[in-house]
Design a protein around this ligand. Structure first.
Ligand code: AMP
Ligand code: MG
Length: 483
């Protein structure tokens, strides 16, 4: 197989300016593994603007589909599967790792930021356990659309560079078309990457990982304590941003929690339609551990796991327990402050103060009672349509009086609200509809959604149909993992 690949490479015009640092780490960090070729690759999409940012050229390569399916490995790549562990629904799993993904390598983009380029769904690796190493079309397109939408919404996230059909079937509940996603991330370091070495007592590797993570993401951090602070700050900001957009990640296991503070591992993720704090979509989240509002608590739990792993790096771990615990205990307040700032802007307050929290929670309570659409209610504050969403607007009218008085002194409440309240979010029923069409060979909805969600804060007369919530017949009850 390897020889076949070499012959592809000779004619390749695609150029990815690889500059690989992870592959230079010790062998204990990964397994070298090539993507497994697929039968009949065909390109669904290539994200040209992102490719340009990464310094990639030669996108007219006729082999593009083969390359992003893993059939041809581009020059300069050093393919490997990363090792990690993690708590899955609270249970520690001592060995996970890239079971269906291969890191091709890294590039340093025009912005000077180093990023991973990874194939997801590219075949078995030493970490595949019982899995087939593959992905089916649905989760690949879901991740493509949702991660790109998240980026356009201004949320730190991994991004989608390409999607390819494999021409093979993968067996899930039934045989489904296979696909490979090419994903770009500031790195794929996870809380679980720290956990695996700490749990094994491999302190030398843990120290190497720490130094690597500091250099790559937090050069300002001087020791494990300041590193923990920095990761917590980014995660607090990230989760508050998710909450402010009604985003539910769905599987916040510690292996799906990125050190760089990006949204990563889109599985059964979903945006909430009508507001309810306990909203859960994921079919495997039976107890609501990762429900909408629970995300603010679970991120603290995840950071406690990171803190535990980092303790092993302290000269006297026992002596540092108290200080690290105090940091974790301070995180809810950090999240509350981020939440207040985000939701303040959603109601037109540039810099919310703690006293504004009541105004925000009162509106949310009204929304919960009337089951109004989260996205449309907030955007409706800008264009005056919010009131129409309440079957009985009495409470909303009273709230509006207090609200109007509060934002009276603000410089530009409308501008703040337009920038914080999107017109469009990737709604589940649209995603499902798009996946269904693609399974039947029609990618037009996929391309339409990508176009629509590229400018989610702008009024979008052409996409009016994408604004409304699901009709009773369209409601998506559950979303499923990519596995
Ligand atoms: P997730 O929660 O989807 O990020 O996946 C958890 C773990 O399961 C990771 O180690 C994945 O690499 C692995 N995994 C998920 N799906 C598959 C698959 N189809 N084949 C092999 N490993 C998989
Ligand atoms: Mg994962």
């Amino acid at each position: 197989m390897a020889r076949d690949k070499r012959s592809y490479i000779s004619g390749m015009t695609l150029h990815i300016p690889f500059d690989n640092s992870y592959a230079a780490l010790p062998d204990s960090f990964y397994s070298r593994v090539e993507p497994e070729p697929v039968k009949d690759p065909s390109l669904i999409a290539i994200n040209e603007p992102l490719a340009r940012e990464l310094g990639i050229d030669g996108l007219d390569d006729p082999m593009l589909a083969a390359i992003f399916a893993g059939n041809a490995v581009p020059d300069g790549a050093s393919p490997l599967a990363q090792l990690y562990a993690g708590h899955q629904f609270g249970q520690y799993n001592p060995q996970l790792g890239d079971g269906r993904a291969v890191l091709l390598g890294e590039t340093v983009g025009k912005d000077g930021i180093r990023r991973d380029i990874q194939l997801k769904g590219s075949g078995r690796t030493p970490y595949s356990r019982m899995g087939d190493g593959r992905a089916w079309l649905g989760p690949v397109l879901r991740e493509y659309v949702v991660s790109e939408a998240m980026h356009a919404l201004g949320v730190p996230t991994t991004r989608a560079l390409a999607a390819v059909r494999t021409g093979e079937r993968v067996v899930r509940e039934r045989p489904l078309p296979g696909a490979v996603l090419t994903r770009v991330a500031q790195s794929h370091l996870r809380v679980g990457t720290f956990q695996v070495f700490a749990a094994r007592g491999d302190i030398a590797s843990l120290q190497t990982l720490f130094d690597y993570a500091v250099a790559r993401h937090y050069p300002e951090a001087t020791d494990p304590a300041t590193f923990l602070d920095a990761v917590m700050r980014r995660q607090a900001a990230l989760v508050a941003q998710w909450l402010s957009l009604g985003f539910i990640h769905g599987v916040m296991n510690t292996d799906n929690c990125s050190i760089s503070g990006e949204t990563i591992d889109y599985g059964p993720c979903a945006f909430m339609d009508s507001y309810h704090p306990a909203t859960v979509f994921s079919s495997i989240d039976r107890f609501g551990r990762y429900g909408y509002a629970a995300q603010a608590d679970i991120i603290v739990w995840n950071m406690a796991q990171l803190a535990t792993a980092l303790l092993s790096l302290m000269p006297d771990p026992e002596a540092s327990v108290e200080a690290f615990t105090a940091k974790i205990h301070a995180m809810p307040e950090m999240i509350r402050a981020e939440w207040l700032s985000r939701f303040g802007k959603k109601i037109g307050i540039a810099q919310a103060v703690p006293e504004d929290a009541t105004l925000i929670t009162n509106l949310l309570a009204l929304m919960e009672d009337s089951e109004t659409d989260f996205t449309n209610t907030f955007r409706g504050l800008v264009d005056g349509t919010a009131r129409d969403l309440f079957a009985d607007p009495t409470g909303f009218d009273q709230w509006t009086e207090t609200w109007t008085a509060r934002i009276d002194g603000e410089d530009d409440p409308e501008g703040a609200m337009r920038a914080a309240n999107p017109v469009l979010i990737p709604r589940n029923h649209r995603i499902e509809e798009m996946i269904q069409a693609a399974v039947n060979g029609d990618d037009s909805l996929f391309h339409r959604l990508n176009a629509a969600y590229a400018a989610p804060y702008e009024d979008a007369p052409d996409y009016e149909d994408l604004r409304r919530g699901p009709l009773p017949t369209e409601v998506v009850q559950a979303t499923f993992c990519g596995t």
